[in-house]
Write a protein that binds this ligand. Structure first.
Ligand SMILES: [Zn+2]
Length: 216
């Protein structure tokens, strides 16, 4: 059995605790640290005061293309890229710090942010987003109007691309607040509710729909 560095272990426990606080699922922690399942589950209970949720992470690439998740994911990914490129953070730490900044930015200026209100982009989804980029399923496309980079399917043509901020769908923002308040907090029902919302896409060009269940 390999001897594990105590300092390295302490670092991993710190990282895992930060991730749990931000809402990470156990599968994320297992992928990001070398701590055992039992230790992570114990740590989860200590930090959150409840057992970790079970089950697969059934997140599809297409979720990131619906208009509001697309804006939030693009914001998060831009922050992440900055953190990864311009700070000494490694990838896991950059994810944590970028997600904290995303939370700050996404609620800035909003008057009615309830204490229980869930962010549009959960930590686990943010983590999935990075994996989708790493595996070449997603790219950042530049909006022709605002020149911002937005999450898009890999290999989608960039010519004529207009982002969801410059060209929001007609129903944008009309149902979200009320929906968020009435939506139950369980992650399963939440993702089911938001995923089939086939809002008109504020993007040019069609794409082949890809839905990927990622076993972790
Ligand atoms: Zn734009």
């Amino acid at each position: 059995m390999a001897i594990k560095s105590v300092a390295k272990e302490a670092q991993e426990i710190g990282l895992a605790s930060d991730m749990i606080e931000l809402g990470a699922r156990l599968q994320v922690l297992q992928a990001e640290t070398s701590l055992s399942y039992d230790r992570l589950a114990r740590l989860y209970r200590e930090v959150k005061g409840c057992s970790p949720p079970k089950g697969m992470l059934p997140f599809s690439v297409d979720w990131f293309m619906t208009w509001l998740p697309n804006i939030h994911s693009s914001l998060f990914y831009s922050i992440y890229q900055f953190m990864a490129a311009h700070t000494p953070c490694d990838k896991s730490r950059a994810l944590v710090e970028a997600y904290r900044l995303y939370l700050e930015q996404s609620s800035a200026g909003r008057l009615e942010v309830g204490p229980d209100e869930e962010p549009v982009l959960s930590f686990t989804r943010a983590w999935m987003l990075l994996r989708f980029f790493d595996s070449g399923l997603l790219q950042l496309s530049q909006c022709e109007r605002c020149k911002g980079g937005f999450v898009a399917h890999a290999h989608d043509p960039e010519a004529g691309f207009i982002c969801a901020i410059c060209r929001p769908p007609p129903r944008a923002g009309k149902t979200r607040a009320s929906k968020a308040r009435s939506t139950p907090k369980s992650p399963a029902s939440k993702s089911r509710k938001s995923e089939p919302a086939k809002e008109p896409q504020a993007r040019a060009g069609g794409h082949v729909s890809t839905s990927v269940d990622v076993p972790v």
